[in-house]
Design a binder for this molecule. Structure first.
Ligand code: SAH
Length: 358
């Protein structure tokens, strides 16, 4: 049975689904979810590592530096959450190959939900004999450096809407013609009718329960760690940010469930608050552009284009997209969460966002 039909039957028998449940099934249903069956990284959407090798290289060098700050633990875990096609980790590990002490101490652990992507990662990172895990919480207790690019935005979001002074959960239901429709649950009881919001006073809030799960997994770790998250999002609470992408075009998230990537903006303000409350060290959020600038992206670009004729323009344009304020430089944020007691992480000192409380 297609995912579309199963979703329809779930709604008919159990009532409208929270957006988070819809998102989870569309992305990870074992038989028909987007990441389980046809993850179209590079085809449906492009990420920083796919634009330029410089991105992964700089993060690799960042990891070595932070490992040194941590006192060069041996062994230590280098983890990545949602490595996709393993491009970033490949670039990172190639860039640090002279640091043989780092590579010798490193145990590579990949947290990946998609069996299809695991195959690609296992192949492309075979030299480093990666171990796979289903979730961050199941990584062994040892000192850890963790990297995650465009991982948090896939964590399903519940959406809430304040309508004329009352908060409702946005749910996926069926209209009279049997088509999927977004509406508001009249109350939190499954099966509640959908309510239209057209023309009314609304405030909206997208909330990812997965952020709490990430923070609690980190807070429970025994050894020292740093976890660097890069994603798009804002410092203020996001609202109504669910988007779908197929072949690099934004499409209707309710059409052909399971065939496109679904994503929401990450609430970096909330992530920071949750981390501080859990007693973790927090650097950032910073803007991606200045962060990569602080790690030396200009110098790496100069090296790469030196002596290049035809390729120089292509390389320059790709790297510019990573840092330009109008492209990924401002929309993408970087935050580093650390175990208590570690000094501030590299790349954040000169990089406070305007309007930040501290
Ligand atoms: N980091 C890569 C890929 C980003 S796409 C890049 O920057 O190109 C998101 C990645 O996260 C995919 O590898 C996807 O399969 C994985 N993923 C999404 N949700 C996940 C979850 N809940 N647990 C583990 N991996 C997940």
């Amino acid at each position: 049975m297609t995912l579309e039909r199963r979703l329809r039957e779930m709604i008919v028998s159990g009532g409208p689904l929270p957006v988070s449940v819809y998102m989870q099934l569309c992305l990870h249903d074992p038989e028909a979810g987007y990441y389980s069956t046809q993850p179209g990284l590079g085809r449906d959407f492009i990420t920083a590592p796919g634009l330029s090798q410089v991105f992964g290289e700089l993060l690799g060098l960042w990891a070595v530096h932070e490992w040194q700050v941590m006192g060069r633990p041996d062994p230590f875990i280098l983890a990545e959450l949602g490595p996709g096609r393993a491009t970033m980790m490949n670039d990172a590990l190639r860039a640090v190959r002279v640091h043989t002490d780092f590579l010798t101490a490193m145990r590579l652990h990949l947290v990946e939900a998609s069996a299809r992507l695991r195959e690609i990662q296992a192949l492309r990172l075979a030299t480093y004999r990666p171990a796979f895990a289903d979730e961050l919480a199941s990584l062994p207790d040892a000192p850890m450096i963790c990297l995650a690019n465009e991982f948090l935005d896939c964590l399903p979001a519940r959406q809430f809407v304040e309508l004329d002074g009352q908060w409702h959960e946005r749910v996926v239901g069926l209209d009279a013609q049997g088509r999927f429709r977004l509406g508001l649950a009249v109350d939190m009881v499954p099966g509640a009718e959908l309510q239209a919001s057209a023309g009314r006073q609304v405030r909206e809030l997208d909330l990812q329960p997965g952020l709490e799960i990430v923070i609690s997994a980190l807070a429970q770790r025994a050894g020292p760690f740093r976890a660097l998250f890069i994603d798009y999002g804002s410092l203020t609470p996001p609202g109504d940010t669910l988007r779908a992408f197929r072949e690099n075009v934004q499409v209707d998230p309710l059409e052909q469930p399971g065939t496109c990537d679904l994503t929401v903006d990450v609430d970096f303000g909330r992530l920071r608050r949750l981390a501080e409350k859990a007693g973790l060290g927090v650097d950032g959020p910073a803007l991606q552009g200045p962060f990569l600038g602080g790690l030396g992206i200009q110098q790496r670009l100069d090296q790469l284009i030196a002596g290049q004729d035809k390729q120089a323009e292509v390389i320059f344009k790709a790297v510019s997209r990573l840092v330009d304020p109008g492209e990924m430089g401002e929309r993408f944020k970087v935050i580093c969460l650390s175990s208590p007691g570690l000094p501030g992480a590299t790349g954040f000192a000169m990089n406070r966002l305007k309007g930040e409380a501290k």
